[in-house]
Design a protein around this ligand. Structure first.
Ligand SMILES: *Cc1c(COP(=O)(O)O)cnc(C)c1O
Length: 379
């Protein structure tokens, strides 16, 4: 990091990432391989270094959301198997083939469009909508679905290597939702066996996201599409994940200014905070333009020398204020917004829960302005 950027930064622990890959490999068993989900710049962690680290840890399969991300992973890992989970404009069929990218087939119509734009065969996995209601082939029965996949498999320029589906409520532990996921899983397993019995033996069938890996048996999924747990966060906080998984991202900033504030003084925009007594207030060099949510105004906490300090008043675009009355804080001190300091830890999941969102959105939302610093130490 350029020293003058020592203002707000994210520390990405590659050793924790590697640890998580090992833990997930134990969780999924021998017949399932990790497909690392590195969409959205590896959930905000930095696609290139994360993909390289995963590749060097033995991960062969990667999943992304679009062509741009696929090409980025192709550049990071020339030999990787890369699946685009969602839509690529069909006019880019040739680009997919030229870069050896596997495309998710969102519908039959889409498959027919796609092949118009390529001279070579396009590798693909067919998405089946078993209950997520988003993309994929949707038929009343598994045999009708299999029938359509068999028809698609006759298309010369489509090389179908697998089928996959996505679960809507695999992160829930009540009986109704478990039953719903059981049905989704049974549907795709039935499609697969129907295909096998009719002579189409596909290499892959996959349905395991982080929640499935964590809370269900994913051994029948040939690939485990690990996203959030690979980064050490929970699919459905505060429902616990494997305790050996570790957060990969920490978020740090600096104290720029410390001052005494008198009872009755106001802090920040809107004067929402009025000091109830004399106190010491520090200004911190991070704000909502860095992706630190404004919803944390007067709600979030920050670790300063291992102690929690409350955010007071509104979070600004580039700065925020905290109460350091009970901590020895001075300008230049480093503070922890996400991560461990001393015996305490603030997780992205904790911040998400204050903001009524999920940890995914917190880490994906850390903005471009925040440099990612990659290191080998533990967080
Ligand atoms: C994003 C995504 C995943 C990863 O989900 P996590 O909950 O982060 O594991 C898996 N499959 C599909 C289709 C996705 O879009």
């Amino acid at each position: 990091m350029k020293p003058y950027l020592k203002r707000a930064w994210a520390e990405i622990s590659l050793s924790n990432l590697r640890n998580n890959v090992n833990v997930i490999n134990e969780m999924i068993g021998e017949n399932t391989e990790i497909m690392a989900v590195v969409k959205a710049d590896a959930y905000g962690h930095g696609e290139h270094q994360v993909s390289r680290c995963l590749w060097e840890s033995g991960v062969k399969y990667f999943a992304v959301s679009n062509l741009d991300e696929a090409i980025a992973v192709r550049n990071s890992c020339p030999e990787a198997e890369i699946l685009i989970l969602g839509y690529t404009p069909p006019e880019y069929g040739q680009t997919l083939a030229d870069n050896n990218i596997i495309q998710g087939i969102v519908s039959s119509e889409y498959a027919h469009e796609l092949v118009k734009y390529t001279s070579k065969s396009i590798r693909c996995h067919v998405k089946i909508d078993t209950g997520m209601g988003r993309i994929g082939l949707k038929y009343d029965t598994p045999s009708e679905c299999a029938e359509e996949i068999l028809r698609l498999s006759e298309c010369e320029k489509l090389s179908i290597e697998g089928i996959y589906t996505h679960f809507a409520v695999a992160d829930c532990d009540d009986s109704e939702n478990i039953e719903y996921t059981d049905k989704q899983e049974k549907y795709i397993l039935d499609v697969y066996s129907e295909l096998v019995s009719r002579g189409l033996k596909l290499r892959h069938i996959h349905f395991a996201n982080s929640a499935t890996i964590s809370y269900r048996n994913s051994t029948k999924s040939t690939l485990a599409r690990a996203g959030i747990i690979m980064y050490g966060l929970c699919p459905n906080y505060p429902m616990e994940i494997n305790k050996r998984l570790k957060s990969v991202m920490a978020l740090k900033a600096v104290i720029s200014h410390v001052k005494a504030v008198e009872k009755g003084d106001s802090i920040s925009y809107g004067r929402t905070f009025i000091a109830p007594e004399d106190m010491v207030v520090a200004t911190v060099t991070i704000g909502y333009a860095d992706g630190y949510s404004r919803l944390l105004s007067s709600k979030g906490e920050i670790l300063v020398h291992g102690k929690r300090c409350a955010i007071i008043g509104r979070v600004c675009m580039d700065q925020l204020m905290i109460d350091v009355t009970n901590v020895q804080a001075k300008a230049g001190d480093i503070v922890t917004l996400i991560g461990k300091d001393g015996d305490d830890e603030i997780t992205a999941d904790e911040l998400a829960s204050i903001c009524s969102t999920i940890g995914y959105e917190v880490v994906c939302g850390i903005s471009k302005r925040v440099p990612r610093i990659f290191h080998e130490g533990e967080e």
